[in-house]
Design a protein around this ligand. Structure first.
Ligand code: G3P
Ligand code: CA
Length: 286
């Protein structure tokens, strides 16, 4: 994969040295999460996979995001009732599966079902009939698809640090993924177990000094902040602490360009191909 190295000049001007690089995903030595996060070029991160093209948080969405050249591919996970990390966004199964039709009732919690039960569900038809029969993947399966060409940004929605770190250790992926969460205590727990695991703190609203001080206790090197609460000062405050600033979820190309010009290091988007095109066009030398 060809990637861009962009040198940023602030005060409203972004200058650009675009060079082809051999830092493609999956290449030995270029595949470390620390290396990718340190990139000087803005990272394009596919939110829940290529989720405008295929059903969110499924293997087809992840494969499409890898194909689209996403620098990282974000997913969400929770635990099944028998303790298996499974890839899914909502706490309830209703929106993106046929659980209600199959089992009756509404507001069915994912965590009330075993992996075997979750495997019965269709997680594709709600999006488009061409994805009928698509299953909820385990975190392990999703990692297998994404790491084969990109890098996983794992968002933990529910589950303990021990299970997460154990899985990544067994898969020998501790240094090849980024783990993020809104629950900063979870991240601190991961950091204690695996000090080299690259972590991202998620949040929104005003980024106060108190929040920055809390983030500093987690061991995170990335701060992922809500788009509507992010401006150049937010990004500068993150950079002042020595961290990378990622913004979620940005689907408007003009806004993505504005954020990158303000210094954002990563754009988390449902439209990775369109956002990459816009950012690269805006940063290309005139
Ligand atoms: O990557 C951050 C973003 O995914 C957080 O929001 O609700 O889409 O998981 P949500
Ligand atoms: Ca997420």
């Amino acid at each position: 994969m060809s990637r861009y190295v962009v040198s940023k000049v602030f005060l409203g001007i972004t200058a650009l040295a675009i060079v082809a690089s051999a830092a493609g995903a999956g290449e030995k030595g270029a595949g470390s999460a620390a290396g990718r996060v340190a990139s000087q070029s803005p990272l394009i991160i596919a939110h829940r996979g290529d989720s405008k093209v295929a059903p969110e948080n499924t293997l087809p969405a992840f494969a499409s995001a890898v194909q689209a050249g996403a620098d990282l591919v974000e997913l969400d996970y929770l635990h099944s009732s028998d303790g298996v990390p499974v890839v899914f966004h909502d706490g309830k199964l209703d929106r993106t599966t046929d659980a209600c039709r199959l089992w009756g009732g509404t507001e069915i919690p994912l965590e009330s079902k075993t992996l075997a039960e979750l495997r019965q569900l269709d997680a594709g038809t709600w999006f488009d009939s061409q994805f009928a029969g698509t299953r909820i993947p385990t975190l392990e399966e999703a990692l297998g698809t994404i790491q084969n060409g990109s890098m996983t940004l794992i968002e933990r929605k529910q589950g303990d640090p021990e299970t997460c770190v154990k899985l990544l250790t067994e898969k020998q992926l501790l240094d090849q993924v980024v783990v993020q969460a809104f629950d900063w205590e979870f991240l601190a727990g991961c950091h204690k177990l695996a000090p080299n695991l690259v972590l991202g703190t998620l949040g929104g609203k005003e980024l106060t000094t108190e929040k920055l001080d809390d983030i500093a206790t987690t061991g995170a090197g990335v701060v992922g902040w809500h788009d509507k609460d992010t401006d150049a000062a937010t990004i500068a405050a993150i950079h002042d602490r020595g961290w990378k600033a990622w913004v979620w979820t940005v689907d408007d190309p003009d806004r993505a360009v504005e954020l990158v010009r303000a210094g954002a290091d990563g754009i988390i988007t449902n439209r990775p191909a369109a956002i990459r095109q816009a950012v690269e066009a805006a940063l290309a030398p005139k």
